[in-house]
Design a protein around this ligand. Structure first.
Ligand code: MN
Ligand code: MN
Length: 339
């Protein structure tokens, strides 16, 4: 049987889930112990009855299976169940959207982009992204900005960004930036409803080398996350929450603890983000599917394939997510209190 993303596998005495096909004969595996690693095919054993197909037939099964959402494995030819909606996720395209291989552009109902669509907010790149989006085979496109999209953060651009990144040229007119995304829905600490799903987007992340949309950790982050509505099906943030797709090549985990708490307090089915290119992939707990869709690699090549997932109709999704959240609450209250 062929290995596929999402499969439960055994390597030596460790079990885990295949997170990514490195396309060089090795697979990236998220081990249940919390570590991850690249492993050659010949050392990987598929755990019986735990393939993605099995999971798809029984959504909600397994400790890592999120409620309702189904990852669509490459080459994305798996049919979508009747009444479901297919999402295709990109992030961190950094002005290189035109270099994304054609076979990395599968059709979907909704395209989501988690920010860093430019190098440093260049309006030419924003305009070109809009053209790429317009031509993409999806009915609806939803985008947020990231720390690199500095012309979208006017206050930052005027105080720091223009001097730091656009020295020697006329600064860009920030007021134009958002209007250039005319063929998508742009979210900035705001929400929209698409196909019945409530989507909320926010560009902020904990302090990262003095770029746009940066916040000191702690109180300021908490204040931003407090603005996330109670009822959100898909949360798009540029930065990851702590411990999910947030590991930098240095080993440092850049994710935000307060974002993770905010997600756990709400019944959120999917959290999409990017920002930490080298942590591209996905993982899940019982309630939430976490997707780091960074299209660019650590070396800024736009070669990571998009991440696709299907969602059941919104009412079914909410029911499944609420049930999973309730089960989690019950099992956590059964745990002995820490001393
Ligand atoms: Mn980036
Ligand atoms: Mn970023």
């Amino acid at each position: 049987m062929l290995l596929k993303i999402g499969m439960r596998v055994q390597v030596g005495d460790q079990s885990g889930m295949i997170a990514m096909d490195n396309e060089d004969g090795t697979w990236n595996i998220d081990f249940d112990s919390g570590v991850e690693g690249d492993v050659e095919s010949r050392f990987i054993q598929i755990l019986e009855d735990q393939s993605l197909d099995h999971l798809n037939a029984n959504p909600g099964l397994g400790s890592w299976a999120p409620a309702g959402a189904r990852i669509v494995a490459k080459p994305w030819d798996q049919p979508k169940p009747d009444g479901w909606t297919r999402f295709v996720c990109f992030s961190d395209t950094h002005g290189l959207h035109d270099q994304i291989p054609k076979n990395h552009m599968p059709p979907a109902d909704v395209l989501l982009h988690a920010g860093d669509f430019s190098n440093a907010g260049e309006l030419e790149q924003v305009e070109s992204l809009n053209t790429w989006m317009k031509a993409y085979p999806a009915q609806c496109k939803v985008v947020i900005a990231g720390n690199h999209d500095i012309t979208f953060h006017e206050d930052y651009y005027q105080k720091v960004g223009a001097k730091r990144f656009h020295r020697g040229r006329d600064p860009y007119d920030c007021r134009k930036a958002k209007s250039l995304l005319s063929d998508c829905i742009y979210l900035e600490d705001s929400g929209t409803e698409v196909g019945g799903y409530k989507i909320f987007g926010s560009p902020w992340q904990p302090e990262f080398c003095e770029w746009a949309f940066n916040l000191p950790r702690g109180e300021e982050c908490r204040k931003r996350w407090a603005a996330i509505p109670k009822e959100v099906d898909i949360l798009i943030t540029h930065g990851p929450p702590a411990g999910r797709g947030d590991k930098c090549s240095s080993g440092f985990r850049a994710g935000c603890d307060d974002l993770l708490t905010a997600i756990a307090q709400r019944k959120i089915s999917v959290n999409l983000f990017g920002h930490i290119h080298e942590s591209y992939g996905f993982s899940a707990d019982d309630v939430t599917l976490f997707v780091n869709a960074s299209t660019c690699t650590h070396g800024y090549r736009p070669t990571n394939p998009p991440v696709l997932f299907d969602l059941p109709p919104a009412s079914e999704l909410r029911q499944a997510t609420a049930k999973a959240a309730e089960t989690r609450l019950k099992s956590s209250s059964k745990m002995p209190a820490l001393g």
